[in-house]
Design a protein around this ligand. Structure first.
Ligand code: DQA
Length: 137
C-alpha cells in the first residue's frame, strides 16, 4: 500500500505557526510517528508553498499510488486548478484539515477540493492525518 501525504502552503511552519490553532509539533516529527504507527504502509510526504507544484505532484502520483492525503491549506479555499487536478486523477484523495474550518472565518467554509475527494476529515488536529490513512486500509 503506497500512500502520499501532500501538504500545501505554510504547513512547513507547523510547530511554529499559530500554535493555538495548529499545535506545537513539527510535521517532520509527526510524520516519523506516522511511519512508526503504519509500518505496513509505504508512506511518503511532500510539501510545497506553490500551487503549480502541488498540481504537478498530484499528476505525478495520481495514477499509481493507492491513496493521497491532501491538505491543500489555504489553496483549499481558492484553487480551481487544484480542485480540477483532484478530479482528473485516478488515485482517491482524502481531504484533510488540522483545524475545524467550519468553526473559523467564512472564507474557510468553502472547499474546491471536497467535490472531487473520496472523503473529508477535519478538526481532529494532526490526528486528522491518522484517520485519513486508516480510511485507505
Ligand atoms: C488548514 C485550514 C486552512 O484554512 C488554512 O489556510 C491552513 C490549514 C488546516 O489544516 O486546518 O493553512 O488547511
Amino acid at each position: 500500500m503506497r500512500i502520499i501525504i501532500i501538504n500545501g502552503p505554510n504547513l512547513n511552519l507547523l510547530g511554529k505557526r499559530e500554535p493555538t490553532v495548529y499545535g506545537n509539533k513539527t510535521f517532520e516529527d509527526y510524520f516519523s510517528e506516522l511511519q512508526f504507527r503504519f509500518k505496513d504502509v509505504a508512506l511518503e510526504y511532500y510539501q510545497s508553498n506553490i500551487e503549480g507544484e502541488l498540481i504537478s505532484k498530484l499528476h505525478e502520483v495520481g495514477f499509481d499510488y493507492d491513496g493521497i492525503v491532501l491538505n491543500a491549506a489555504a489553496y483549499t479555499h481558492t484553487s480551481v486548478g487544484l480542485g480540477d487536478a483532484v478530479k482528473a486523477i485516478e488515485t482517491p484523495v482524502v481531504e484533510v484539515h488540522i483545524s475545524n474550518t467550519h468553526k473559523r472565518e467564512e472564507f474557510r467554509h468553502v472547499s474546491y477540493i471536497s467535490s472531487g475527494a473520496k472523503g473529508v476529515i477535519l478538526g481532529f488536529g494532526l490526528q486528522s492525518y491518522d484517520l485519513a490513512i486508516q480510511s485507505f486500509l
